[in-house]
Design a protein around this ligand. Structure first.
Ligand code: HEM
Length: 131
């Protein structure tokens, strides 16, 4: 399955529901909750949603509003160690479970989130050449 076909299958509504299901868990999470802006969770939700829509073949709203993603750089202010990375993947996994997207779509998204989340790690042991 081509990544850019995912938007055609999931649609605006699918990504909206997925990201809402992720952010619903964030405020009560002991690791992630404190990292996200309590007064702008709706804004954070919109940024992740627009990014995913752009990344998987939908409209380019993210780029128009935020420019080049530079996600690793944008995450530097947040202390992301392996525990935070694993928690992020876990909450997104819960959100994907809830969506029950078609299996090929689910597999591509899960793989993408795991790889992207690992790339965001910026604190802790074993960073090696990436630090
Ligand atoms: C590894 C664990 C991660 C943590 C702890 C984390 C945490 C955060 C935090 C605290 C923000 C700021 C919220 C805001 O105001 O927008 C943020 C922004 C963002 N994150 Fe993550 N994130 C993680 C992984 C990811 C992954 C895997 C992706 C890609 C799918 C991603 C995509 C984004 C995007 C698009 C933004 C908004 C960037 C902007 O335009 O300013 N994050 N993240």
């Amino acid at each position: 399955m081509n990544e850019l076909e995912i938007y055609d299958i999931v649609g605006e509504e699918g990504f909206r529901r997925l990201v809402a299901a992720f952010y619903r868990q964030v405020p009560k999470d002991d690791i992630l909750g404190p990292m996200y802006p309590a007064d702008d969770l709706a804004g954070a939700e919109e940024r992740l949603r627009d990014f995913l829509i752009f990344r998987f073949g939908g409209p380019q709203r993210y780029i128009e509003r935020r420019g080049h993603p530079r996600l690793r750089m944008r995450h530097m202010p947040f202390p992301i160690d392996m525990r935070a990375r694993d928690r992020w993947v876990e909450l997104m996994g819960n959100a994907l479970d809830e969506m029950a997207f078609p299996p090929e779509v689910d597999a591509v998204l899960r793989h993408f989130f795991e790889v992207a989340a690992t790339a965001m790690v910026n604190r802790g042991e074993g960073l090696g050449l990436r630090s």
